[in-house]
Structure formats: structure tokens, C-alpha cells
Design a protein. Structure first.
Length: 255
């Protein structure tokens, strides 16, 4: 768990974890990646799911979360206003370029590193969340949970879009995150069907209450990892699964 005072009266606390799905062959790496970061007054969190059809999905997802975090860092260092409306598309373009360049470095095609992306940046003035492909972004505001970005399955079941697609920029979605949001949760598709209620895709409050409580504990990362690897979760999905969380509890009280 990492924490940092970013505005008077509040502290952001962050945690993330990934789990290799049981569907993988012995010795095969998991295709998911997750990361959280605090840089100045900006909080960044991101998850990525490497495509099962890709040759090196783990390379794509790991590079995507690394590039997302680096892009936010550089914006802060350059003194940019990271919550501006033009920033999400710019960050996504940098992540796309990084994944494509990473593929070239490995002497393979960009599609061999195909992956999704769900990311968010939070500041005292507000923030934003973006999504390319499946996965989901849930926020808590005034004690209520809301699904800000839903899975993009495309036209057919089990079909989605990836950072390396030719039309990735046309499929990119983003939404502002209000300054009074006090918790953000990003999940990849291996977890989305467990934490969203269908058909309306509303968040499961009990799940997010428990995650919020855990993220405020000293063993947040370990708790998230154990939750993802638990038998209860494994009974419902054998896919890779990742979660990144940021919680801002009120000073003098619990979240």
C-alpha cells in the first residue's frame, strides 16, 4: 500500500494485484498487468489484459501499464495540467506507441503484443478514466458506487478491441472523474463479471465495500493478491485477473 497527502484533509491510499489464470499451461506467464502510482498531486492507476490470441500477451500488458505510468509522470514533471480534457487521448497515444515500439524491439508484429487498457488519473481538481477494450472502471461518490466505464465487447460476444488495432483511437473511450470521487477501482475482464451485476452492469456493493476496507489496511497488496487467487474466485473464472484501487478516506474517520 502506498499513501500520500494530496490535498488538505485527505490521503490517497493505493493497492494493486494480478493473478495468473488457472487456464494457463504450466510455466506459461499470465497475461495481465496492474500498476498504481503517486506523482506529486496526481494519482494514476491502470490495468491491462494481454489478448489470449496474441503470441506474447504478457509483454504487451506489462509495457502498457509501464508506459501509462511513465506518461503521467512526465506530464507532472513538465508541469502539465493532467486533468485537462485533451490529456486522456494523448496518454493513450503514447501507450499505443510504446507497445508498438516494444513489439518492434522484440522483432515481432504489434498484434503479437495485443492488449486492452483501463486507466485513471486523479487530482485535487478532478481527473479522468479511459478504456480501450474490456474491463471496467467503478468509482465511489458520496457513499454510492457507479460504473463509469463498462466493458467494450464489440459487435459479438467475447470480442473486444486492443491497443494494437488499426482503429484503436476510434474505439478509445474516456470520461471525466469528478473531484468528489473518493475511490476508484479498475478491473480486467477476468474479474469484471464477478463484480458487476448484469444486465445493467451495476457494481456489487458488498465486493467493493470489502475491497475498500482491505485497501485501507497495511497489507492491502497482499490481501488483493490473496483475493484474486482464492478458491471462491477461481470457481467462477479461470482467466487472468487484475485490480488496481485508489481510496481517499476522510481524515479522522474511515472511508
Amino acid at each position: 500500500m502506498r499513501s500520500r497527502v494530496t490535498q488538505e484533509g485527505y490521503t490517497w491510499q493505493l493497492a494493486h494485484a494480478s493473478h495468473r489464470g488457472e487456464s494457463h499451461a504450466e510455466g506459461e506467464p499470465g497475461g495481465d498487468a496492474a500498476l498504481t502510482l503517486i506523482e506529486g498531486e496526481a494519482v494514476a492507476l491502470v490495468v491491462s489484459d494481454g489478448a489470449g490470441s496474441a503470441m506474447f500477451p504478457h509483454l504487451g500488458s506489462r509495457e502498457a501499464v509501464r508506459a501509462f505510468a511513465e506518461s503521467v509522470q512526465r506530464l507532472v514533471w513538465d508541469g502539465a495540467t493532467v486533468h485537462d480534457a485533451g490529456v486522456p487521448a494523448m496518454v493513450a497515444a503514447r501507450v499505443h506507441r510504446a507497445v508498438v515500439d516494444h513489439a518492434l524491439g522484440w522483432e515481432c508484429f504489434p498484434r503479437d503484443l495485443a492488449c486492452t487498457l483501463v486507466g485513471a488519473v486523479l487530482t485535487p481538481q478532478g481527473g479522468w478514466a479511459l478504456q480501450l477494450g474490456d474491463g471496467a472502471c467503478v468509482v465511489r461518490c458520496q457513499g454510492q458506487y457507479h460504473t463509469m466505464l463498462e466493458p467494450d465487447h464489440g459487435e459479438f460476444i467475447n470480442q473486444t478491441c486492443f491497443l494494437t488495432d488499426d482503429d484503436w483511437d476510434q474505439r478509445l473511450r474516456w470520461t471525466p472523474v469528478p473531484a468528489d470521487v473518493d475511490a476508484v477501482y479498475l478491473v480486467t475482464d477476468g474479474l469484471q463479471d464477478l463484480v458487476l451485476q448484469y444486465p445493467d452492469r451495476k457494481p456489487h456493493p458488498v465486493f467493493f465495500d470489502r475491497v475498500t476496507e482491505a485497501v485501507l489496511s497495511p497489507e492491502a497488496d497482499a490481501w488483493l493478491a490473496a483475493m484474486l487467487a482464492s478458491e471462491a474466485v477461481a470457481r467462477r473464472t479461470d482467466d487472468d485477473r487484475s485490480i488496481s484501487v485508489a481510496v481517499r478516506p476522510a481524515v479522522g474517520g474511515s472511508a
